[in-house]
Design a protein around this ligand. Structure first.
Ligand SMILES: *Cc1c(COP(=O)(O)O)cnc(C)c1O
Length: 366
């Protein structure tokens, strides 16, 4: 048996012909940056999510940074304002806050969902708090109703890091349309992956959308007229054209992930394995299937010996990274325990329920 954790080639193979046609179309058009393909993808993705605006950008990290910097440019935020973020998120969520000159305030997650814990977020609010960043980690939405009720009471903005949640739902809404602004990533490993880098911001705020559209393009709306100090954070035509091929199949790809996840949930019975918890408020998009085990290194080695590749998302919490040396003395026991125990099992549209059943059998035999 040989089961890779994630095979980008296999994930994209069903779309090879259409992707090749899209690439040829862009090549032949002679227009490679900010043209019809990006505009069309922005319309399609906004329609998929039900948002009024979508702005294609260069990556998920850039999408996060642009939201925060646009709020600064609009006068909504200022240097040093505090942004509440889950302590166990992928470090990009936190990097965006520091890059934008704001202060991340780390909050321990809910141990069941691994997402922001609304009670602890409430306790972390200070007079300088301006934003709560919900990260829909592993593809399951954070508890947005609870987060919004706290935000409303304290006059805070809410944003989503929706990099891992394309197609996930919360009650009647889709991830990426559950807050003031959301950041998306089209990194090849995400549920809607490009063949390279890409990202987007979605929002229902026309002013914010316009500012981000300007900021991603040197701060200019009209060529060589610069309104603000922008960046080059554009999504390119080639990636947009490829994303247009894949977007109509996102729900089907997510359904394939779901059959793998449901097989794991049903078939894994080893008493030492803690399975993911699915909250009743929505449908995860199963970006990752994360279990918890004691003695993780032993499990990884055992699985690897049987030809099953696994991964860890993520091995070191942000507050223990050298990049954030100023936080290295802090202690977040829940976050640290999660990082110690988590193990990601193979899941993707290219994996089959049969493979998941095999992996479950191997796990149960540990
Ligand atoms: C992937 C990811 C990002 C960053 O997206 P890039 O496109 O790789 O810059 C941000 N946040 C989370 C939670 C992610 O998983």
């Amino acid at each position: 048996m040989s089961i890779p954790f994630l095979d980008y080639r296999a994930v994209n193979e069903p779309y090879f012909d259409d992707i090749q046609k899209a690439v040829t179309r862009v090549l032949q058009s002679g227009w490679y940056v900010l043209g019809e393909e990006v505009a069309a993808f922005e319309r399609d993705y906004a329609a998929y999510l039900g948002t009024q605006h979508c702005i294609g950008v260069s990556s998920g990290l850039d999408a996060l940074i642009l939201i925060l910097e646009a709020w600064k440019e609009l006068g909504t935020l200022k240097d040093g304002d505090e942004v509440i973020v889950p302590a166990n998120t992928y470090i990009a969520s936190i990097l965006a806050v520091t890059k934008a000159g704001l202060k991340p305030v780390l909050v321990e997650p809910d141990e069941q969902t691994y997402n922001l814990d609304p009670e602890r977020a409430l306790a972390a609010i200070t007079p300088r708090t301006r934003v709560i960043m919900a990260v829909h980690l592993y593809g399951q939405c954070a508890d947005m109703d609870a987060i919004h009720s706290i935000a409303k009471e304290h006059g805070l903005l809410v944003m989503e890091d929706a990099a891992q949640s394309q197609g996930a739902t919360y009650r009647n809404g889709k991830a990426g349309n559950l807050s003031d602004a959301a950041a998306h990533s089209f990194y090849p490993g995400k549920n809607l992956g490009a063949i390279g880098e890409g990202g987007a911001v979605t929002t229902n705020d026309p002013e914010l959308a316009q500012m981000i559209g300007i900021m991603r393009n040197y701060g200019s709306e009209k060529k060589y007229h610069n309104q603000v100090k922008g960046m080059n954070n554009r999504l390119d035509e080639l990636q947009a054209a490829i994303l247009r091929v894949k977007l109509p199949h996102l729900d089907r790809d997510n359904a394939a992930r779901k059959t793998v996840a449901e097989t794991y949930l049903k078939a894994i019975s080893h008493p030492d394995i803690r399975l993911p918890y699915v909250a009743g408020y929505g449908q995860p998009c199963w970006h990752l299937f994360v279990v918890r085990v004691p003695n993780r290194a032993k499990w990884m080695e055992y699985l690897s010996d049987k030809g099953i590749q696994t991964a860890i998302h993520y091995p070191i919490p942000p507050h223990q990274q050298p990049a954030y040396a100023e936080w290295n003395h802090l202690s977040f026991p829940i976050t640290e325990a999660i990082h110690r125990d988590i193990l990601s099992l193979p899941i993707s549209p290219a994996h089959t329920p049969q493979e998941a059943a095999c992996i479950a059998e191997v796990l149960n035999g540990f």
